[in-house]
Design a protein around this ligand. Structure first.
Ligand SMILES: [Zn+2]
Ligand SMILES: [Zn+2]
Length: 179
């Protein structure tokens, strides 16, 4: 999976983000991927991956669009790659979005750092304030020194397994091998 490092232009701090492959384990045992974004964690004192999820309305819109319009071109492409019939793929997508919507409606906690579970985080890319990730990066000062982070390197990580979280974003201390 894609990882990238960010280096501070004022001190020697460098942080790698992106190496976590996470899944929520939901009640009843089904799972759902964790969506994350680069964030500053005040408790790790580091740039980390943290949960990133929009409000209930965004999940409702996605489900409504799928129910009204069916698959879009990207979805059809994915169905083809997976060698899944479009009808089957659509039914899966609808079921997945219903699961996500249910999860979002029940979610109590604010987004958490995937490393330490803290909610004391600052998501770098706030779409209401910045139009690009580069702008968001430039608009954030390293709290330790006031410097600015720049994307330094891109690499590929090989997570040893899927990190499992409960529906409130707290890490479960068991790992399952990547399927
Ligand atoms: Zn710094
Ligand atoms: Zn943390």
């Amino acid at each position: 999976m894609l990882m990238q490092s960010f280096a501070c232009d004022r001190c020697s701090a460098t942080f790698w983000c992106g190496g976590i492959c996470g899944a929520y384990i939901l009640e009843g045992g089904s799972d759902m991927p964790v969506f994350s974004a680069e964030s500053w964690c005040h408790d790790c004192n580091a740039l980390v991956e943290a949960e990133a999820f929009p409000g209930v309305d965004a999940f409702e819109r996605a489900l409504a669009r799928l129910l009204a319009n069916g698959l879009d071109d990207d979805d059809r492409e994915t169905a083809k790659l997976l060698e899944t019939a479009e009808d089957t793929f659509l039914a899966q997508q609808i079921s997945d979005w219903r699961t996500r919507l249910d999860w979002r409606k029940n979610r109590v906690s604010a987004p958490r750092c995937l490393t330490c579970g803290s909610t004391h985080i600052h998501v770098l890319f706030d779409e209401s304030r910045f139009t690009s990730f580069a702008d968001a990066l430039a608009g954030f000062s390293h709290p330790n020194c006031g410097g600015t982070f720049r994307r330094a390197e891109i690499g590929h990580g090989h997570p040893s397994g899927v990190t499992q979280f409960d529906s409130e974003g707290l890490q479960l201390d068991r790992e399952s091998p990547v399927a």
